[in-house]
Design a protein around this ligand. Structure first.
Ligand code: NCD
Ligand code: ZN
Length: 436
């Protein structure tokens, strides 16, 4: 049994943000109250040993749930695999992750869905929820067997990494997915408008002489998909929103009652196109980092609820791939181990976002939207939780990262505010930054 004393509990599901004592037993949250005596705790324990944690100055919240994680297994295990990725997840404060389907082969049938799910269970760290593709082979031509894949355990459908260019295919996907009750996750990027671009089109791309991707390449598909969701009544989730226009379009669609949720990635909230240098590919990501004004619109959208969730879009790549010239390196940033701390340091500490909103957007809302375990510390729920120390600082170094990937912009930098204990179903899986 665990007794966490006088710890700042943030739990949006119970509207809690105050110092509490928390008891955990048998994999579940047993009790949360403002004061507990030793006699009461020992009576509850009934002879079981009690491990007491002094939580003064620390936070406890439901484990983060990441709805956009690339784990690269099967097929690209040199970048990451399900074991290394789910270990990186718990090191970063995530107790559940949704695994994107753009692997080799892509996850477009039930057997592969079950493979990913079983690998996640075998690893035994963060819960791994497979995402299935929308179309066979991610070719955009023929829908997958959605009902069968739901039986196999998919949490959503997505051709992420690629846009579904054909509007009729997207319409059908939204229509058919209704039968499963699962959302379609859309990677909004018009192929022709994006062209062979390498970063967001603007002053910075012009100055560096790098081919630009216009903002409208995203927003035009956001507009299309919102209209299709309205028309079909299907469930739509928009991945990695990055432009001001997209935020405005989502705000208007929500006002009309369209069944849409949207996510934003930490790197789009922290960096902008001006931070990119041609000699460093680490910030080469899709969608590309926008302008400083876009970053402001995204923060405002997250604050007012237009954007529902934060998601990492953890996109691990090898050092050799990222060492290529800017035009040839792959898009993507690895972020599971640094994302929460980066958001704490760059957005919560400066007062741009409340920590309560961060936990709501990264745990409670993902659990609700994708119907997953977690997102709450209500007594009787599974003890998937994080103890966060705002004073703990760590230099981000290759030797301590448990992900196989090193493509993080925080390498060599110190981050402060980190998860120091993580439990999955009441089982301690990370302590003092070491994955157990
Ligand atoms: C992702 C990847 O590497 O799979 N890359 C990226 O830059 N975000 C694909 C994606 O999420 O679109
Ligand atoms: Zn994507």
């Amino acid at each position: 049994m665990w007794w966490l004393k006088n710890i700042q509990v943030i739990d949006p599901s119970q509207k809690l943000s105050s110092p509490q004592d928390v008891l955990v037993q048998g994999g579940q949250v047993l009790e949360i109250s403002t004061s507990m005596t030793e006699e009461e705790v020992l009576a509850e324990a009934q002879g079981e040993p009690v491990e007491t944690i002094n939580g003064t100055g620390k936070f406890l919240f439901p484990g983060l749930i990441d709805v956009h994680t690339h784990l690269r297994e099967p097929g690209q295990e040199d970048k990451e695999d399900i074991l290394s990725g789910s270990r990186a997840a718990v090191r970063g404060g995530f107790t559940a992750i949704m695994a994107m389907a753009n692997t080799l082969p892509v996850i477009d049938n039930r057997a592969l869905v079950e493979f990913v799910r079983r690998q996640g269970e075998r690893a035994g760290y963060a819960q791994v929820y497979p995402i299935g593709t929308v179309t066979k082979g991610m070719q955009g031509l023929e829908l997958v067997e959605m009902a069968d894949m739901k039986e196999g355990g998919v949490a959503a459908f997505s051709d992420d990494g690629k846009n579904i260019q054909n509007a009729e295919m997207m319409r059908l996907a939204l229509e058919y997915a209704k039968l499963t009750g699962l959302p379609i996750i859309s990677h909004c990027e018009d192929k022709e408008l994006a062209g062979e671009g390498l970063m967001r089109r603007g002053v910075a791309s012009t100055r560096m002489g790098l081919r630009g991707i216009p903002a409208i390449a995203e927003s035009v598909i956001v507009a299309r998909d919102l209209l299709l969701a309205e028309e079909t009544g299907g469930k739509l989730h928009l991945a990695h929103i990055s432009t001001t226009e997209s935020v405005e379009l989502i705000r208007r669609a929500k006002a009309k009652g369209v069944d849409v949720t949207a996510e934003v990635n930490p790197h789009h909230l922290i960096f902008c196109d001006q931070d990119i240098t041609i000699t460093d590919t680490v910030l080469k990501v899709n969608p590309p980092l926008g302008s400083a004004a876009d970053r402001e619109a995204l923060i405002e959208g997250l604050r007012d609820g237009t954007i529902d969730m934060i998601a990492t879009d953890h996109a691990p790549h090898t050092q050799a791939e990222k060492a290529r010239p800017f035009a040839e390196a792959p898009f993507g940033i690895a972020s599971l181990e640094t994302a929460l701390s980066a958001v704490w340091q760059h957005l919560v500490l400066p007062g741009r976002l409340s920590f309560e909103r961060v936990i709501e957007a990264w745990s409670y809302t993902p659990a609700k939207r994708f119907n997953l375990r977690g997102g709450s510390l209500k007594p009787g729920t599974s003890a998937d939780m994080v103890l966060f120390d705002p004073d703990f600082a760590e230099m981000i170094e290759p030797a301590t990262l448990v992900s196989k990937a090193r493509n993080t912009p925080f390498l060599g930098k110190t981050l402060q505010g980190l998860p120091v204990m993580v439990w999955v179903e009441g089982r301690l899986v990370q302590r003092d930054r070491t994955v157990l």
